[in-house]
Design a protein around this ligand. Structure first.
Ligand code: IPD
Ligand code: CA
Ligand code: CA
Length: 270
């Protein structure tokens, strides 16, 4: 499989870069229309077009692989996928609200896992001109430069990112966590793209990140953070809705030196 992995990475990078061009062009011409999924979740015609572009290319090139994609196959039954089948996990636009409002914190996220192992991840931020990638065991990179997490050990020096769900009824415990973090850490950021938050932990711009997210938000970025030296765990007991390898429920990612302290701050039972 190792030889294939480098070829898969090249393929994923090319898809992500082309997808990024589509996103920048749609933003420049304002050629997108807003809509809402499940009444409250913003989606644009560009999310759909980019998803279609990425998924159709994967289908054509790797017809035996599976695709879990936010916009076209979010309910794929992963339990029925064989342990040896590669599964691509796609978020065509991570940061749709930013995209629609003309902010630059937007990314295309493409992850790949097999069985219970994350194999590769690409997170491309077209407006920031930053392309992050990692292969399991091969380190993490941004625009070709190796990434390393910050050496942060003390919560009081830590810059921590999080995010908020579209469903407003889930906010209360999240605000309690944010309050605890604000009291003990340097500050909190809500940048609007989980995939990029994970890459920024990898690059040392952030020291920790926590949020409950979906597989497509975290499949690629979690591997990039891990490969840059971050620890990955959870502050909530997860359900078995998703296989562990792409289960973003209660996701906590931080420098090794901060991990225990962040776990204590985010786990409301402690
Ligand atoms: C969202 C972003 C955001 C996070 C939300 C995600 P989307 O993804 O990653 O940062 O806080 O939980 O749903 O909807 O822009 O793909
Ligand atoms: Ca997302
Ligand atoms: Ca999305």
């Amino acid at each position: 499989m190792q030889n294939n992995v480098f070829e898969w990475l090249d393929f994923a990078k090319r898809l992500a870069v082309k997808a990024g061009e589509m996103i920048v062009a749609a933003r420049a011409d304002s050629t997108f229309v807003r809509d809402y999924k499940m009444d409250h979740e913003l989606v644009t015609t560009t999310d759909i077009a980019v998803d279609q572009y990425i998924c159709s290319n994967i289908h054509t090139r790797h017809p035996s692989h599976c695709i879990l994609s936010e916009e076209s196959s979010p309910t794929l039954d992963l339990a029925s996928v064989s342990e040896s089948t590669p599964v691509w996990v796609i978020d065509p636009i991570d940061g749709t609200v930013n995209f629609a409002h003309g902010h630059h914190h937007v990314a295309v996220s493409i992850g790949l896992y097999v069985g219970n192992e994350r194999i590769l991840g690409v997170v491309h931020a077209p407006f920031l001109e930053e392309c992050y990638w990692a292969i399991k065991g091969e380190g993490a990179y941004c625009n070709g430069k190796p990434l390393l997490v910050s050496g942060a050990k003390e919560p009081r020096n830590a810059l921590v990112a999080t995010g908020f769900p579209y469903q407003k009824d889930a906010l209360l415990p999240i605000l309690e966590r944010v309050s605890r973090i604000l009291h003990h850490c340097q500050d909190v950021r809500r940048n609007g793209s989980a995939a990029l938050d994970l890459c920024w932990v990898a690059s040392g711009r952030l020291d920790a990140y926590f949020e409950s997210v979906k597989p497509w938000d975290m499949a690629a970025g979690t591997l990039i953070a891990e490969e840059a030296g971050a620890l990955v765990g959870r502050y909530l007991q997860s359900s078995d809705r998703w296989p562990d390898v792409v289960n973003g429920e209660g996701l906590l990612v931080s420098t090794p030196g901060l991990f225990e302290a962040m776990l204590a701050l985010t786990n409301l039972e402690k």
